[in-house]
Write a protein that binds this ligand. Structure first.
Ligand SMILES: [Zn+2]
Ligand SMILES: [Zn+2]
Length: 145
């Protein structure tokens, strides 16, 4: 479907995201899409009933001529490994030192991400779940999943 090629996944953090005619913001635990009643905003092909909708992972949003995918997953980033001594990296099967730089995939697995062992982005996909491993701030989810 050609629509998918143009669609971008939207990871939503703390800050509101503005789309063409709509806003996505965090509301407590939920992420909501707000659009004025007359705006041409569709979610999964349907107009918003009351100008507001709680978004679910993989919802498709269309505003004007553009479309996006909503991703509820965090984007992967390097963080000090918070796990326990003895936890193993799925890529190299080596232990990950507590507090050493590591990346958590959206599937929950942690990988080394140090100069000698860039295990997370060593290959284009996670060996466990197949999600992309680029550390470019873009959501790992894609509509083809
Ligand atoms: Zn590793
Ligand atoms: Zn994974």
């Amino acid at each position: 479907m050609p629509l998918f090629e143009e669609a971008m996944a939207i990871p939503v953090g703390e800050a509101p995201v503005s789309l063409d005619g709509a806003t996505i913001r965090r509301c407590g635990e939920k992420i909501v899409l707000l659009a004025p009643q007359l705006a041409e905003v569709l979610v999964n092909g349907r107009p918003l009933a009351a100008g507001i909708r709680v978004l679910a992972h993989r919802d498709q949003i269309r505003a004007g001529a553009e479309s996006w995918w909503f991703s509820a997953e965090d984007t992967p980033c390097v963080a000090p490994f918070p796990g326990a001594a003895g936890d193993v990296c799925p890529r190299c099967r080596g232990h990950i030192d507590v507090q050493s730089p590591a990346v958590r995939c959206a599937c929950g697995n942690w990988f080394h991400q140090i100069a000698e062992r860039p295990c997370f982005d060593y290959a284009a996909a996670c060996p466990v779940c197949g999600r992309r491993t680029a550390l470019d701030g873009v959501a790992a989810f894609s509509p083809e999943d």
